[in-house]
Design a protein around this ligand. Structure first.
Ligand SMILES: [Zn+2]
Ligand SMILES: [Zn+2]
Length: 156
């Protein structure tokens, strides 16, 4: 994320805090900055570990609540992957995820073709689809290297 995008998101945070009468505390700002600085979709525990370095003694509960507040404010999003801890995402644009089964890394992928996959007709479930995200699970490049498997196709 470019510096100017980080600055713009922090400015939006301050504006929204004023509008919603939420205190623009040092803790909240630090938690937001930690998520914005990372492209690895940290879990709440990852954010807590990083926050402790900046704000000694900050509780896990404070970090969890702050993350929820930031999600409600629309400043970050939650990426939920079944069976895994919730991960937090600084990327607000529509995108999809590559999830490594070995190291749990979550990589953003913005592919028009993924967004164009035809969806099944679920109207029979009385379910209204608001959004569809594709999650591709497998082995990332780093893990593929370390296990001797080649995760990249040799030929196209
Ligand atoms: Zn991996
Ligand atoms: Zn993402």
């Amino acid at each position: 994320m470019a510096d100017e995008d980080v600055r713009a998101r922090l400015a939006l945070f301050e504006k929204l805090c004023r509008e919603h009468r939420i205190a623009c505390t040092k803790q909240r700002r630090a938690v937001l900055e930690i998520v914005l600085a990372r492209d690895d979709h940290p879990s709440a525990d990852d954010v807590h570990d990083a926050a402790l370095l900046q704000i000694p003694g900050i509780s896990r509960t404070t970090v969890y609540r702050t993350l929820d507040t930031l999600v409600r404010m629309g400043l970050i999003t939650k990426a939920c992957h079944p069976g895994r801890a919730v991960r937090y995402d600084r990327n607000l644009a529509p995108h999809h995820h590559l999830v490594c089964l070995a190291c749990n890394v979550v990589i953003d992928v913005e592919g028009l073709e993924l967004g164009a996959i035809p969806l099944p007709d679920v109207s029979g479930f009385g379910f209204v689809v608001a959004d569809a995200r594709v999650q591709l699970r497998g082995i990332c490049r780093e893990c593929g290297r370390s296990t001797g498997q080649d995760s990249e196709p040799a030929h196209r």
